[in-house]
Design a protein around this ligand. Structure first.
Ligand SMILES: *[C@@H]1O[C@H](CO)[C@@H](O)[C@H](O)[C@H]1NC(C)=O
Ligand SMILES: *[C@@H]1O[C@H](CO)[C@@H](O)[C@H](O)[C@H]1NC(C)=O
Ligand SMILES: *[C@@H]1O[C@H](CO)[C@@H](O)[C@H](O)[C@H]1NC(C)=O
Ligand SMILES: *[C@@H]1O[C@H](CO)[C@@H](O)[C@H](O)[C@H]1NC(C)=O
Ligand SMILES: *[C@@H]1O[C@H](CO)[C@@H](O)[C@H](O)[C@H]1NC(C)=O
Length: 536
């Protein structure tokens, strides 16, 4: 008994010491000239390890932080990259990293730093990339930034920065990426910078500001202002930002989109904007010719607003547009021609709205050769004009699930020769005719689950079919047997293991007193098959 307990104790202490081996201070070579050092408590200690030819060091500390003891760190003067993001905290003392005169990339992320001073860096520092994200900085001053005049990339995200000293970045001739997201700024006070391309002030407390505040950023291409408190946007953005290509104002409280927002850069010069993300705001109306000037726009995201009214000419002029997101709004009606002439459109999502009817001319009469994905699911569509999709012969995916369709017309699908995916789940279909199925000769996925189907035609082609969903219909059991035998024979998958229908928790079909599968709607009605299924 006694000796056995001793043995157990020994084993336990062995495993603990195993886990803790990294408690030992040591450095390992990761790749040629690149090292990782563990459990380093001070820059002075680090200096004992670093050799002349080392290029980069990453510090990984499990329990301690790294401190400066204000020694001269001349042995590290050739180091190019220092990653302290896993050092578990840094205090920079008086000298900081002043002796690391060759340092080009510094990662100070996740270190609880509340201040950063010019004295911590070499004069005329060669630093090109600085990541100080995830710290507690409150302020960015001019003297600090002046010391870091060679920066190309600066990431100050996830701090508590409430102010930036005006023109702090003015002297940074090479700065291209500036990330100030997830801070506490109310006002935009960046001032000017000759070369900045990317600026993010997303997830701050900005309420409103005129674009002219950004006038000093003539090369800016990407501006991220999402997740602030903006309610309106000032007019004429491109006068101030003539090169803007990406604008993200998602997740604010903006209640209109005004045509005069898109004015500039010159009366005859069209804006370069390619991506506009206006999602998750409170826009209610899309007016006439709203985006007319955005001839280079490729992606327009308006999902999750409160759009209920769209002018027939709202999207006019968007001849380069490739994706249009309108899902999650309150659209009731689509005016004739509203998507006409969007000749580059590849993807259109109008799901989760309140559309009852799609008329013949919503897509205009010109063939939209690029449109391959169309989503109208989750609306209230009862009336789908048989010619509604006649200008969309290149469609590959069509989603019409969760609507109120009762029947399908051969004319709806006859033009859709390239359709690969068709979802008609959760409608009220009672019958699908053989002609309709036979036109879909490229179809590989078909969803007809949760309708009111009791049978399918006795024979049909669907030569490419690989997957089908059929559950949730009041199939006559004999018809279902025929169908599943056919599906097995063709190697088409239909059962999904975790569905209540296939695990026996919900009924898959109705047993009828008839000796065969009845393929006649009148007879099906007379036998009240749908009603008996609903009673199960
Ligand atoms: C800094 O380190 C963090 C955490 O290791 C990492 O996610 C981030 O990409 C690094 N920053 C740069 C600029 O490489
Ligand atoms: C800073 O460095 C640049 C070149 O890297 C040099 O032209 C300039 O004179 C230096 N300035 C100072 C104050 O040392
Ligand atoms: C800045 O750092 C944050 C946090 O690590 C990261 O998510 C973000 O992508 C970085 N920004 C840029 C422009 O690289
Ligand atoms: C932001 O700017 C406005 C107008 O310039 C000024 O009235 C306001 O006090 C500023 N807010 C802060 C927090 O600096
Ligand atoms: C815009 O910001 C949202 C966050 O609100 C993000 O989900 C989306 O991907 C961004 N869009 C672009 C085009 O960067």
């Amino acid at each position: 008994m006694q000796s056995r307990q001793v043995l157990v104790l020994v084993l336990v202490s062995l495993t603990i010491s195993d886990v803790r081996t990294k408690d030992v201070q040591e450095c390992e070579e990761l790749s040629h000239k690149n090292y990782v050092c563990y459990e380093i408590e001070s820059f002075e200690q680090l200096q004992h390890f670093v050799q002349e030819d080392w290029q980069s060091v990453k510090i990984v500390n499990g329990h301690k932080a790294i401190e400066s003891d204000d020694q001269i760190l001349d042995k590290m003067s050739k180091l190019r990259q220092l990653d302290l993001s896993e050092a578990g905290g840094v205090s920079l003392g008086e000298r900081g990293l002043r002796d690391l005169i060759a340092l080009q990339q510094l990662n100070l992320s996740h270190n609880e730093l509340d201040e950063l001073h010019a004295k911590h860096f070499a004069d005329n520092a060669s630093l090109v990339s600085l990541d100080v994200s995830h710290n507690d900085l409150q302020f960015i001053g001019r003297t600090l930034m002046k010391q870091l005049s060679n920066l190309v990339y600066a990431n100050f995200s996830n701090n508590a920065i409430a102010s930036v000293e005006p023109d702090a970045f003015k002297g940074q001739l090479y700065l291209q990426h500036l990330d100030l997201s997830t801070n506490e700024q109310e006002n935009i006070t960046i001032g000017s910078n000759a070369n900045l391309r990317y600026l993010s002030i997303s997830n701050n407390n900005v309420r409103d500001f005129p674009w002219c505040r950004l006038r000093g950023l003539p090369k800016l291409e990407e501006l991220h202002l999402h997740s602030n408190w903006l309610e309106t946007l000032d007019m004429a953005i491109f006068y101030s930002l003539p090169r803007l290509r990406v604008l993200n104002v998602s997740n604010n409280n903006i209640y209109t989109i005004q045509r005069n927002l898109f004015v500039g850069p010159g009366p005859d010069v069209s804006p370069q904007l390619q991506v506009l993300d206006y999602s998750a705001n409170n826009v209610k109306v899309l007016e006439d010719e709203l985006f007319n000037r955005l001839q280079h726009l490729e992606s327009l995201d308006l999902h999750y607003n409160q759009i209920s009214k769209i002018s027939a000419t709202a999207f006019r002029g968007l001849t380069k547009l490739k994706s249009l997101h309108l899902q999650d709004n309150s659209i009731r009606q689509l005016p004739d021609g509203v998507f006409g002439n969007l000749i580059s459109l590849q993807l259109l999502d109008v799901s989760k709205n309140n559309i009852k009817q799609i008329s013949a001319n919503v897509f205009g009469d010109r063939v939209l050769r690029q449109l391959s994905q169309l989503d109208f699911s989750h609306n209230n569509i009862e009336e789908l004009h048989p010619l509604a999709f006649s200008s969309l012969p290149y469609l590959q995916q069509l989603r019409l699930g969760r609507n109120k369709l009762i029947s399908l017309d051969i004319r709806m699908f006859a033009p859709l020769r390239r359709l690969q995916l068709l979802s008609l789940s959760e409608n009220r279909l009672t019958d699908i005719e053989r002609d309709v199925l036979d036109t879909l000769d490229k179809l590989s996925e078909l969803d007809i689950n949760n309708n009111q189907l009791t049978f399918l035609p006795a024979t049909f082609e669907l030569p490419q079919l690989r997957r089908i969903r059929i559950e949730g219909n009041p199939w006559q059991c004999l018809c279902l047997d025929e169908l599943t035998a056919w599906l097995h024979g063709r190697g088409v998958s239909y059962a999904s293991a975790n569905s209540a229908y296939y695990s026996g928790r919900k009924a898959l079909c109705v047993v009828t007193p008839l000796g065969q599968c009845i393929r006649d709607l009148e007879a099906v009605r007379a036998h009240r098959i749908v009603e008996s299924y609903e009673e199960i």
